[in-house]
Design a protein around this ligand. Structure first.
Ligand SMILES: Nc1ncnc2c1ncn2[C@@H]1O[C@H](COP(=O)(O)OP(=O)(O)OP(=O)(O)O)[C@@H](O)[C@H]1O
Ligand SMILES: [Mg+2]
Length: 287
């Protein structure tokens, strides 16, 4: 993996859909542009190695306010990493810095580096939009595009492609993504109905399908179950367990039980500092 560039990261590794992804993130003379595959991606294919995310000396600010201080952390592939800690300690801020969403807040700044398999996502010339398709995000409140159908919600990422994706290719990606999110059987007969007409748990799985439709390496989830009932929560938790075979997952949760159930690694934040991290079993049993 060494020496590979973020902008051509997808072109060299043998993995599902790799041949379709060559040149997925490119630089043009006019500046960086994002291209997503023109071919369907095999999101439901057999296990692959996700990428390692490494945060080094990460400091995050809102204007003058220093919200996250000097965090060093390695987020390992094919594992679920839980970020825990009391309200306001910086979990969401840190999570959003991992895929360059922090900078979308006016006045917010980032110091330090975040590397995806050795490549700094904040390096000059790296397209933040491309970073966000490699490092997808699922939010606390399910946020399907309200006026779009279930089908179009999942296909939305593909619609941003520079290249055209054919209808049959889209159909395939939509089905595979919905199957990957354990939603297909519930919606296959109403794909043209609005995504906003689904239950909260279904909407969250729709958002997960949307995130995986563009074949990311990492999925960030900010309290994805906080608006869900226990049954919908259990479905998302079992889905996370399955998704980690193909993706690196980072989840923010307020529930220690959830962190213990779903994660292999836990990072404990307190007042902007990362104060403890390690194997979940060790973190929860340490005295
Ligand atoms: N847009 C913003 N502008 C200014 N300060 C902010 C902004 N967003 C968050 N903060 C501050 O940054 C700190 C960290 O907030 P953050 O949302 O990351 O906490 P959190 O750990 O996710 O909390 P919670 O568990 O309540 O979601 C808090 O002090 C918060 O008030
Ligand atoms: Mg938060």
């Amino acid at each position: 993996m060494e020496g590979r560039k973020l902008k051509d990261m997808f072109g060299t590794e043998s993995k599902p859909g790799a041949e379709a992804e060559e040149g997925r993130i490119k630089m043009s003379q006019a500046g960086p542009v994002t291209e997503t595959s023109s071919q369907p991606q095999d999101v439901a294919a057999s296990a692959r190695r996700a990428k390692t995310l490494e945060a080094k000396e990460v400091n995050l600010y809102y204007g003058d306010f220093h919200a996250v201080e000097n965090v060093n952390m390695t987020i390992e592939p094919n594992k679920v990493t839980a970020l825990i800690g009391s309200s306001g300690c910086g979990k969401t801020t840190f999570l959003r810095s991992l895929n360059r969403m922090h900078e979308l807040t006016p006045g917010a700044t980032v110091k330090g580096s975040i590397k995806l398999d050795g490549e700094d996502v904040y390096a000059n010339g790296v397209d933040p939009v491309a970073v966000r398709s490699l490092i997808g995000m699922v939010f606390q409140q399910p946020n399907p595009f309200p006026t779009m159908s279930i089908y179009d919600n999942v296909a939305a990422g593909l619609n941003f492609n520079a290249r055209k994706t054919s209808k049959s290719q889209k159909d395939e990606v939509v089905e595979r993504s919905l199957r990957g999110a354990h939603l297909w059987d519930e919606v296959k007969d109403r794909l043209q109905r609005p995504g906003s007409g689904l239950s909260g748990g279904q909407q969250q799985r729709l958002c997960i399908a949307r995130a995986i439709s563009v074949n990311p390496e990492v999925i960030l989830m900010d309290e994805p179950c906080s608006a869900l009932d226990p049954i919908a929560t259990a479905r998302i938790e079992s889905l996370m367990d399955e998704l980690k075979q193909n993706y690196c997952i980072v989840i923010v949760t307020h529930s220690m039980q959830q962190a213990a159930r779903v994660s292999q690694l836990t990072a404990f934040f307190h007042m902007g500092f990362l104060v403890e991290e390690g194997d979940t079993t060790d973190v929860f049993t340490a005295r």
